[in-house]
Design a protein around this ligand. Structure first.
Ligand SMILES: *[C@@H]1O[C@H](CO)[C@@H](O)[C@H](O)[C@H]1NC(C)=O
Ligand SMILES: *[C@@H]1O[C@H](CO)[C@@H](O)[C@H](O)[C@H]1NC(C)=O
Length: 190
């Protein structure tokens, strides 16, 4: 009896994590450049797509799910903040178009000093092929202490990126927000 319990536990552990997660946590600084691929198995419109940039005016870049915008593989991560090493430097911020219906706020890239999107970096296993991957998760809005998830939502026929605090109790059926996992895809093998 004990033996079958032990082997059942071992078996389910293997199923839950097929790849081997390194014991040492990854750095919140990733020199890059890298592209950002989305995983959202329950939402095919974003799953496997990439985070693209769209020159929006005033030097800002808005962020859209591919194929909208320009494919971008020059992102870096600086202290958890998605960064474009341009002149001037553009950083991902969470500070626009707050929407009470689903409690979401837009993430976009700017040179200005809006509250940054500060991500944690974790290792994960690719749900499709079990390969080890780096994921950007649980973004915090600036230094607010409020952690959220990153998701995507319809915007003028495309999908843009919106932050939603964890524990949010509202949703908008007319404009459904879907959580996505952001995966670092190095442009050169790491
Ligand atoms: C894509 O990049 C080109 C070249 O920099 C630029 O002219 C164009 O405005 C960009 N398009 C979008 C949607 O950002
Ligand atoms: C919206 O997010 C804030 C945190 O920024 C949280 O305090 C609030 O309860 C959330 N509202 C709803 C309706 O979920």
């Amino acid at each position: 009896m004990l033996r079958s319990v032990v082997s059942a536990v071992a078996f389910s552990a293997v199923l839950a994590t097929g790849c081997v997660i390194p014991a040492i946590a990854p750095s919140k600084n990733i020199p890059g450049g890298f592209a950002i691929q989305l995983q959202s198995p329950d939402f095919p419109a974003a799953d496997g797509h990439f985070m693209n940039t769209w020159l929006w005016g005033g030097g800002d870049f808005h962020l859209f799910v591919s194929p909208a915008g320009n494919a971008t593989d020059t992102f870096t991560l600086v202290d958890g903040v998605i960064t474009l090493p341009l002149d001037p430097i553009r950083r991902a911020v969470i500070n626009g178009e707050y929407e009470p219906k689903d409690n979401t706020t837009k993430m976009f890239m700017t040179e200005r000093g809006d509250p940054r999107g500060v991500f944690d970096v974790v290792y994960g296993c690719n749900p499709k092929d079990d390969s080890l991957q780096l994921e950007l998760v649980t973004p915090e809005q600036g230094t607010s202490g409020v952690k959220g998830d990153m998701g995507v939502r319809p915007f003028n026929g495309d999908l843009d990126f919106r932050w939603q605090p964890i524990g949010t109790t509202v949703s908008d059926a007319d404009r459904p927000w879907h959580k996505v996992t952001l995966v670092v895809r190095p442009t050169t093998p790491a």
